[in-house]
Design a protein around this ligand. Structure first.
Ligand SMILES: *Cc1c(COP(=O)(O)O)cnc(C)c1O
Length: 385
């Protein structure tokens, strides 16, 4: 059996919507973009949504919209996809990493306060894997120290913390629609905000710095071309329509994995909490340090698309080491997670037989990979199994 790591959930509705755009003759700057934004904002029940051509573009504009630039610091997590720190560098500011909570994979609020300096302007939490960060603690810290909050919610559409949707806590929240996300537009992203000025800034800067009422060749600030096409937006409209069903289906698929994997020794499953709603971007498990890479290799050999995730941590990416001087040992929990975590095949349409095949294969191959006993005992403590 062959089980891909991920697969977009698109159907005839998206195909028809794209064909309609192509027949309309209006391929950019048209009504589909506005409709996509309106529907997305309605889903989140949040005032402004500004569609852009990627999650990374959205993060870049959100950081700039808060007036962050050279000389400023933004506190963020090293256990994430690189864009959540690159966006700070793209604005000319400095990412300041703090370590994560082992159980949630998310930035540890207790470590944020000691990292605040006179240059700190904002906190940029990432809702990793679809699990919302502890926004109660982060909001109170931000208020106390007068800091902005940019939420990287690219992996967490529909996730909730204390009943509130991820992406709606901060000054701005950003979502991404790459094909492995819960919903996709091929490439794409969206910024959400309750702040009219942030919204106006993003609307202008995604479109070459034009003002709302300015002429096509009048540019009032430095801008970019971060627009989406009407084709992208039309896909987005259909995907947002399906979003509640998609989230429901993913929850069911995740529950099935949780059930089938619950008694496999040496596998640490995602922790669940009552006050959190996970929106299941990926299904991540942990195994002992020295088993992770052989396990990924063996599962891949048996037709199962799985992957070490996130590996390496952002601060240990070559460029961050070389240019910014980061090294091993600086964020031990993130680094340990990065050695132990892998993501299993997970997508909205994954079949029950596929999940069963993954679970059965994992159960068969994992014990055969066990290293020396001493070593095993030491590592077993690490993953809490
Ligand atoms: C997917 C993702 C992004 C955005 O990625 P794009 O490919 O630019 O859309 C940003 N941050 C995180 C954590 C992501 O997973």
């Amino acid at each position: 059996m062959n089980v891909p790591l991920s697969q977009p959930h698109v159907g005839e509705e998206e195909i028809a919507a794209v064909a309609e755009v192509l027949r309309s003759g209006r391929l950019a700057l048209g009504p589909r973009t506005a409709e996509f934004e309106r529907r997305f904002g309605e889903f989140l029940n949040h005032p402004h949504a500004i569609a852009v051509n990627s999650g990374t573009s959205g993060l870049h504009l959100a950081v700039k919209a808060l007036g962050i630039g050279p000389g400023d610091e933004v506190i963020t997590t090293p256990f994430s996809f690189i864009a959540s720190a690159n966006c700070i560098l793209m604005a000319g500011a400095k990412p300041v990493f703090v370590d994560v909570e082992e159980e949630s994979f998310n930035i540890d609020p207790a470590l944020i306060e000691p990292a605040i300096t006179s240059r700190t302007r904002a906190i940029l939490p990432v809702h990793v894997f679809g699990e919302a960060a502890n926004m109660t603690a982060i909001l109170s810290l931000a208020r106390r120290h007068n800091l902005g909050i940019i939420e990287d919610a690219c992996e967490a559409i529909g996730a909730r913390h204390a009943g509130r949707l991820a992406g709606t806590f901060g000054d701005a929240g950003v979502f991404g629609f790459y094909p492995n996300k819960q919903i996709t537009t091929g490439e794409g992203g969206i910024i959400v905000t309750g702040d009219q000025r942030i919204s106006d800034y993003c609307v202008s800067t995604r479109n070459q710095g034009r003002d709302d009422d300015s002429q096509w060749l009048t540019h009032v600030r430095l801008g970019y071309n971060y627009r989406i096409s009407e084709i992208t937006a039309a896909i987005g409209v259909e995907q947002v329509r399906k979003l509640p069903d998609i989230l429901h289906a993913r929850r069911g698929r995740a529950d099935r994995y949780l059930e089938l994997l619950s008694d496999i020794p040496g596998v640490k499953l995602p922790t669940q909490w009552d006050h959190q709603d996970h929106s299941w971007f990926v299904f991540a498990i942990r195994v002992e340090d020295d088993l992770r890479d052989p396990l990924v290799e063996e599962l891949n050999r048996r037709g199962i698309g799985c992957k070490a995730y996130f590996h390496p941590c952002i601060h240990l990416q070559e460029f961050y080491r070389r240019e910014l001087g980061f090294h091993e040992g600086m964020f031990p929990i993130a680094e340990r997670l990065s050695r132990q975590t892998l993501v299993l095949p997970f997508f909205t349409g994954i079949a029950d037989e596929q999940i069963q095949y993954v679970a059965d294969t994992l159960r068969t191959v994992l014990p055969r990979l066990k290293p020396e006993r001493n070593h095993h005992e030491r590592c077993a403590v690490d993953v809490g199994v």
